[in-house]
Write a protein that binds this ligand. Structure first.
Ligand SMILES: [Zn+2]
Ligand SMILES: [Zn+2]
Length: 557
C-alpha cells in the first residue's frame, strides 16, 4: 500500500465466516491516519461446546487500539446478531450510536430488562436522511427484513461508495415495516460519479428463487385461524413484530382475542405500539385473561419458538404454564424455524403437544414462516440495480460466502473479494484482501464476566464434563506417617452398585501408593502429591475406561 494515498477499507471483525456476532469497520484515509466507523455490534449464542457461557461477542481489540480515530457505531437493526453486544462493548468507547427509533427503543428496553448500568448515547437516524461522520456520509436505506426498521447503509467517501446491505430481502408487501427502497437502490446504480462496493448478506446464497412475502404468511395464518375449531397458539420470534401483527389481524377477523405470553414479546410489541406501528390492533390481553375466554375465542401468541426451556410455549407443552393450558383438538403453530443447534429442543416440544392430541403446524406443513434474507433471485436483482464494481459477501458461513461469491462472478461483478474476519479488505482503489491483518476473536460473557476463551474457565469445564473430579486430602507428619485421611470427594463419576465401588478402588489405590513409598520419601510433599495423582488417575482409568481430573492435597503437620 502506498503510504500517503487515501484508501477506503473494510475490516470484518465478526460475522464473516460464521452466522452471528456481526461487526465490521470501515476506514478512510492514508494507512497511517485512517478514520473509522463501525457497523453493528452483535452476539452469537453459545452451544454445548461452551458450557455455562451465555453469549459470545467479537473481540473489539482492533477498535480499542484505534479508539482515537473511531467516530461512531451505526446499528442496522435490532436482531441479537447485530445489536446484542452494544451495551457490553460500546460503553467503553464513549462514542455515539446511530440507530432508528425502533432500534433505539430496543437498546434502551434491553438495558432496563437486564439491569445494565452502563449506557450508550443514541442518536436517531432515519431512512433517506444522510448524516456526516468525519469523511463518511451515511444514508440509511429502508430494507425489508423480519424486524421493523431494518436499514442498509449507503456510505459515501471522496474516493468511493459502499452499500452495506445489512440483513434484507425483497418483499414488496411486508407487514408492519417498510418495503426495500427499490427506487433509491436504482438511483444508486444510476449514479456513476463514484465506484460502488457492495457488502452483502449471504445467508440464503445457496437457495435459488425468491423468498415469499410476509403477506403470504399473513394470509395462511388468517386461513388457519379462521378454520380452527378450538384454541390456537402461535409461537414466533419476539422481535418479529410484523408476524405478531399478522396473527393479531387474523384473530380479530375471526372474532378472537389475542392473549400474549412471554416477557420479551410484551417488551418488543410495547415499543412497536409506542412508535405507532400497531394501528388498528386491539390491545393484547395478558395471560391471566386466558381462563375467561371460550375455547373458540382465543389466540395465544407466545415466546419460545427456539425451544427455550423457560419460555412460554415449552411450559405450555409440559403443562406447567401458570395461566395457559391447551387440550386435545387445540392447535399450535410454529411460525418460525429452528436456528441450527436448537432443532432437538423444538422437536421435543412438538412431540409433547402431539402426545397430548394437540395439532402441531410447522413451516413443513404450511407457509407459516418466511426467511428474512435474500435468495439468489433477489441477489441478482440487487446487483442489476446498484451495479457494484466490487462485491464482498458477508453474513454467512464459508459455504454461504463461497456460493455468494460465485454468484457475483457469474453475474459479471468485476471484482469479488472473498474475506474472513480479521482480513483487511481494500475496497478502493484497487480492491484486494490482506488476510489476517487485524486481531479478531471471540469474547465470552461468562456470568457477569467478559473474557477471552483462554481466560474463561470453559476448557476446564469441558474437561470436567467428561472426566468428573476426584479430590483427595490427607495430613502427613514430619516423619512421613499419615496422621489423618485420606478424605475423598468424588464429583461426576459413575457409581455402579453391583461392582466394586469406585470409592473403594480409590481408597485401595491411595493406601497402596502410600505403602509403596518409603516413609523418608513420603516426607517430601511433592513426591507424595505426584505419586497419588498418577496412581489414582491410572487405577480409575483401568476401572472406568476414562481418566478423571484429580486434585491431591497433602497437609504437613
Ligand atoms: Zn437480522
Ligand atoms: Zn443477521
Amino acid at each position: 500500500m502506498e503510504r500517503n494515498r487515501d484508501e477506503l477499507v473494510f475490516v470484518p471483525l465478526g460475522g464473516v465466516g460464521e452466522i452471528g456476532m456481526n461487526m465490521g469497520a470501515y476506514g478512510f484515509g492514508p494507512e497511517r491516519s485512517r478514520k473509522w466507523i463501525v457497523v453493528d455490534c452483535g452476539v452469537s449464542f453459545a452451544g454445548p461446546d461452551e458450557p455455562g457461557i451465555e453469549l459470545i461477542m467479537p473481540d473489539p481489540t482492533f477498535l480499542e487500539e484505534n479508539a482515537e480515530d473511531v467516530l461512531g457505531l451505526i446499528v442496522t437493526h435490532s436482531h441479537e446478531d447485530h445489536y446484542g453486544a452494544v451495551l457490553d462493548l460500546w460503553p467503553g468507547f464513549d462514542l455515539p450510536v446511530y440507530a432508528t427509533p425502533f432500534t433505539a427503543g430496543m437498546i434502551s428496553s434491553k438495558r432496563a430488562a437486564d439491569n445494565i448500568i452502563d449506557d450508550v448515547a443514541v442518536t436517531l437516524m432515519r431512512p433517506g436522511q444522510p448524516f456526516q461522520l468525519g469523511p463518511f456520509t451515511i444514508e440509511p436505506i429502508s430494507v425489508a427484513h423480519s424486524i421493523p426498521e431494518s436499514t442498509g447503509l449507503l456510505i459515501t467517501t471522496p474516493i468511493g461508495r459502499i452499500l452495506h446491505t445489512g440483513d434484507w430481502k425483497l418483499d414488496a408487501t411486508p407487514v408492519g415495516t417498510s418495503p426495500t427502497d427499490v427506487p433509491r437502490l436504482q438511483q444508486i446504480g444510476a449514479d456513476t460519479s463514484l465506484p460502488l462496493a457492495l457488502i452483502c448478506d449471504s445467508t440464503n446464497a445457496l437457495k435459488e428463487g425468491e423468498s415469499p412475502s410476509e403477506s403470504e404468511v399473513a394470509r395462511v395464518l388468517e386461513e388457519l385461524i379462521a378454520a380452527a375449531p378450538y384454541r390456537v397458539a402461535v409461537t414466533t420470534f419476539a422481535s418479529n413484530v410484523g408476524r405478531v401483527i399478522s396473527v393479531a389481524r387474523a384473530a380479530q377477523k375471526a372474532g378472537r382475542r389475542v392473549v400474549m405470553s412471554g416477557r420479551a414479546m410484551h417488551r418488543v410489541t410495547g415499543i412497536a405500539r409506542e412508535l405507532g406501528m400497531m394501528e388498528g390492533i386491539e390491545p393484547f390481553l395478558d395471560q391471566d385473561a386466558f381462563k375467561e375466554l371460550p375455547r373458540d375465542k382465543v389466540v395465544v401468541v407466545c415466546t419460545g419458538s427456539q425451544g427455550e426451556a423457560r419460555a412460554a410455549v415449552s411450559r405450555i407443552a409440559r403443562g406447567e404454564h401458570p395461566a395457559i393450558d391447551l387440550n386435545a383438538g387445540d392447535q399450535v403453530i410454529f411460525s418460525s424455524w429452528a436456528i441450527p443447534g436448537n432443532e432437538r429442543e423444538v422437536i421435543d416440544i412438538q412431540n409433547m403437544f402431539v402426545d397430548r392430541g394437540i395439532e402441531v403446524i410447522t413451516r413443513d406443513d404450511k407457509l407459516v414462516h418466511v426467511t428474512g434474507h435474500p435468495r439468489r433471485g433477489e441477489l441478482r436483482q440487487l446487483y442489476s440495480w446498484v451495479k457494484p464494481q466490487v462485491l464482498v459477501p458477508v453474513h454467512g458461513e464459508p459455504v454461504h460466502l463461497l456460493a455468494h461469491a460465485k454468484l457475483g462472478r457469474e453475474q459479471g461483478i468485476p471484482q469479488v473479494v472473498e474475506a474472513r474476519n480479521g482480513d483487511l479488505v481494500r475496497l478502493f482503489p484497487e480492491p484486494m484482501a490482506f488476510p489476517g491483518e487485524v486481531r479478531t476473536g471471540e469474547l465470552y460473557l461468562d456470568g457477569n464476566i467478559l473474557c477471552t476463551p483462554d481466560e474463561s474457565g470453559v476448557k476446564g469445564r469441558r474437561r470436567l464434563s467428561f472426566g468428573g473430579h476426584i479430590g483427595i486430602s490427607l495430613a502427613v507428619g514430619s516423619n512421613g506417617n499419615v496422621l489423618s485421611g485420606p478424605e475423598i470427594a468424588i464429583e461426576g463419576l459413575p457409581e455402579v452398585e453391583d461392582d466394586e465401588s469406585l470409592t473403594s478402588v480409590i481408597r485401595k489405590t491411595v493406601s497402596g501408593t502410600l505403602k509403596s513409598i518409603p516413609p523418608k520419601r513420603r516426607a517430601d510433599t511433592d513426591v507424595l502429591v505426584a505419586a497419588l495423582h498418577k496412581a489414582v488417575r491410572g487405577e480409575v482409568n483401568a476401572y472406568w475406561g476414562r481418566k478423571p481430573n484429580v486434585t491431591v492435597f497433602v497437609h504437613r503437620v
